[in-house]
Ligand binder design. Structure first.
Ligand code: OAD
Length: 257
């Protein structure tokens, strides 16, 4: 593990790794959206789970106990996500995908339920934890059409069940196809970027370990230390909206030169 605060030398090294990779995978977490104004979960003072109880708001039991409370909380977060814009970190990741040599494969896996990667131009982000903009019914998972903002209680599906956001709550299994796709990507890349995640929530947190098990490279982008820092080949220390544009700028210079 190498840490870097100025990042300049490390960025040059990481650019070498990108250029020699056949497949680059990016795993993102809440930190990548922080500079857009979307709060993270576990940071002291500002993290959502400092203020709110995840058992009340992000479990099926919590929803059944107080559907109106959970509904209102997600309604607030959905509005927040729709009112903000992608930040330079999201745009740099979209640019990374675009500027890679045509033979280099690319995938982006996010734990975030916002759509900021897609809005920034990432072609097909894999949403491990679902989307706060999509709804399904609680009992049978029937997909729902658009749901207006500001409802004080969840609407009902045609089948009579309550409607809920199509996100993964604690205690729920991830979509099998999404999970398999995520691990297939980790199992076939030469280089994984781990951006803005505390690396504490499974199974997403296992993806970089799967990469290291095959002795491939992991580069972390995070202002703080996480469990991933221990296994990362390099940690580019800093906000992703600052570090990633610098990295992509250097990559483009090398590609042009
Ligand atoms: P966390 O809140 O656990 O971690 C956010 C990470 O972002 C921390 O490591 C911060 O140091 C880092 N960070 C803060 N500012 C940053 C910046 N400007 N640039 C880059 N990194 C920054 O969020 P996640 O790891 O995404 O799950 O949390 C994982 C899952 O836990 C979420 O998807 C959510 C939550 O419960 C569900 O809702 C199922």
């Amino acid at each position: 593990m190498k840490r870097s605060t100025s990042n300049t030398e490390e960025i040059a090294l990481v650019v070498d790794w990108i250029l020699s990779a056949q497949k680059v995978v990016v795993l993102t977490g809440a930190g990548v959206s922080k500079e857009s104004g979307v709060p993270t979960f576990r940071e002291a003072q500002t993290g959502l789970w400092q203020k709110y109880d995840p058992h009340e708001l992000a479990t099926p039991e919590g929803f059944l106990k107080d559907p109106n409370l959970v509904w209102s909380w997600y309604d607030w977060r959905r509005k927040l996500v729709m009112d903000v814009d992608p930040n330079p970190g999201h745009y740099a990741l979209a640019e990374l995908e675009r500027c890679l040599p045509p033979t280099t494969k690319f995938s982006l896996i996010t734990q975030n339920v916002d759509d900021l990667h897609r809005r920034a131009g990432t072609k097909a982000p894999i949403h491990m934890h679902g989307s706060i903009l999509i709804f399904k019914c609680f009992d049978r998972g029937h997909p729902q059409k658009e749901v207006p903002f500001g409802l004080k209680q969840p609407p009902k599906c045609q089948c009579g069940s309550l409607v809920r956001p199509d996100v993964v709550w604690f205690g729920e299994a991830l979509d099998e196809q999404v999970l398999n796709n995520s691990f297939a990507n980790a199992d076939s890349c030469d280089l994984m970027f781990v951006v803005g995640t505390s690396g504490l929530v499974q199974p997403a947190a296992s993806l970089p370990y799967a990469v290291k098990q095959r002795r491939k490279r992991v580069v972390e982008v995070n202002p703080d230390t996480t469990p991933i820092t221990e296994i990362a080949d390099v940690t580019l220390q800093g906000p992703s909206g600052d570090v990633l544009p610098k990295l992509v700028e250097q990559l483009k210079k090398r590609l042009a030169g």
